[in-house]
Design a protein around this ligand. Structure first.
Ligand SMILES: Cc1ncc(COP(=O)(O)O)c(C=O)c1O
Length: 384
């Protein structure tokens, strides 16, 4: 059943939230990426036809389809976390300001391991390869073989394990403990938060680029090499009034919530969009604690997560305004609509747009969504 739920626990952004995710972390992560040869800010595209259809003043879509040649925003997370892990271990061993050689010696000590629906594994593998380290990625059986092929091309060893993301995660945890590998999970739980926090902070770079684009009129600020068709078309630089962001375990949505509240305050409405078959954040926020959902099947594979990340739940249960679910068909339809505006992203990538289009009159009124609204979407992944 499709659902929409207004967050009755919505509260203001506090210093404790800022310690987790805020604009300071975005600036720090961005300065890391500015030193990376493949880093370019991604385009911010104006979508006037979709705005007309949605009955809002404007829609901007941050198009992550070409992020660092890895095909999704996830490139910003795993890669950053791997680099931070290695830096911390190297500084512990050699002191501050280690050399490239020292970083490589420490990185090669033991491989990195993660469970992935595809994109996170690519990011971790690319980060490991940049430092000359090994990567092992566990994929559930239904993750498309195309991801396995791309992972191998980044030097990762790929293993199939379990029929869900949670099952492959359990195998990754066990393998890390047994072999002494470094676990790089994009989800978090009691006692495991440092790495997933870095991953979320890495994601904030994309929102920092949105802010830069508004200030400069160019995609992404310093280091920007331009975007493409529709790039920052017509954005006055005014903050969005609504941000729709799709979620799996909630890392991206949590990053959005921390960044948006710190940068643009309490006014923008943040709406989390999940597949109807896997609404783990909606269910957890409604329950007042992280819960596991049992659902049907979904073709939105990268959003198919049954348990939320603890950190994401903590942030979103107070900072998000609403949670909505979409059907696979709605997400696929939104991806097709975007093609008419020359944006090519997958159905997972278009789920935020589907969430916007799916809202009924009551939800629109409750969220103050209408003809004056400026909506920000994240096109999280390329079409394939
Ligand atoms: C394309 C795409 N969009 C959205 C998400 C959701 O991100 P998160 O799991 O951090 O909520 C993912 C996660 O893998 C993804 O690959």
């Amino acid at each position: 059943m499709r659902e929409s739920w207004l967050n009755t626990g919505r509260d203001v952004y506090t210093e404790r939230d800022r310690e987790l995710v805020g604009v300071g972390h975005a600036a720090e992560a961005r300065s890391f990426f500015l030193g990376h040869p493949d880093y370019r800010p991604t385009p911010l595209r104006a979508l006037p036809a979709l705005a007309r259809r949605a009955g809002v003043a404007s829609i901007l879509l941050k198009d992550e389809s070409a992020r660092m040649g890895l095909g999704s925003f996830k490139a910003l997370g795993g890669m950053y976390a791997v680099a931070r892990l290695v830096m911390a271990e190297t500084e512990e061993r050699y002191g501050l300001g280690p050399t490239e050689e020292q970083l490589r010696v420490v990185a090669a000590r033991t491989p990195f391991v993660c469970a992935s629906a595809g994109n996170h594994g690519l990011s971790m593998a690319a980060g490991a390869r940049a430092l000359g380290a090994g990567a092992i990625v566990l994929l559930a059986e239904d993750v498309p073989e195309e991801f396995a092929r791309r992972l191998r091309s980044f030097g990762a060893r790929v293993r199939r394990s379990g029929s869900t993301y949670e099952e492959s995660m359990a195998t990754a945890l066990e393998a890390a403990a047994r072999h002494g590998w470094r676990l790089v999970s994009d989800s978090s739980w009691e006692g495991y938060t440092a790495v997933p926090l870095d991953i979320m902070r890495g994601y904030t770079v994309l929102f920092e680029e949105v802010n830069w684009a508004g200030r400069s009129g160019k995609s992404g600020g310093p280091g920007a090499l331009g975007g493409g068709p529709g790039d920052v078309g017509g954005w006055s630089g005014e903050p969005p009034t609504h941000v729709f962001v799709q979620a799996g375990v909630g890392g991206l949505a949590g990053a959005a919530a921390g960044y948006v509240r710190d940068r643009w305050g309490e006014r923008p409405r943040i709406v989390v969009v999940e597949p109807e078959a896997a609404p783990c954040l909606l269910a957890s926020v409604r329950a007042g604690e992280p819960v596991r959902v049992e659902g049907g099947r979904t073709t939105l594979g990268r959003l198919d997560c049954r348990e939320p990340s603890l950190l994401a739940w903590r942030l979103l249960s107070r900072l998000a305004d609403a949670f909505v679910t979409v059907t696979d068909e709605e997400a696929e339809g939104a991806a097709r609509l975007l093609v008419t505006e020359e944006v090519r992203i997958s159905a997972c990538g278009a789920a935020g747009a589907a969430g916007l289009l799916s809202l009924g009159p009551a939800a629109r009124t409750a969220l103050d969504l209408g003809a004056g609204s400026r909506v920000l979407l994240v096109g999280t992944e390329e079409a394939f």
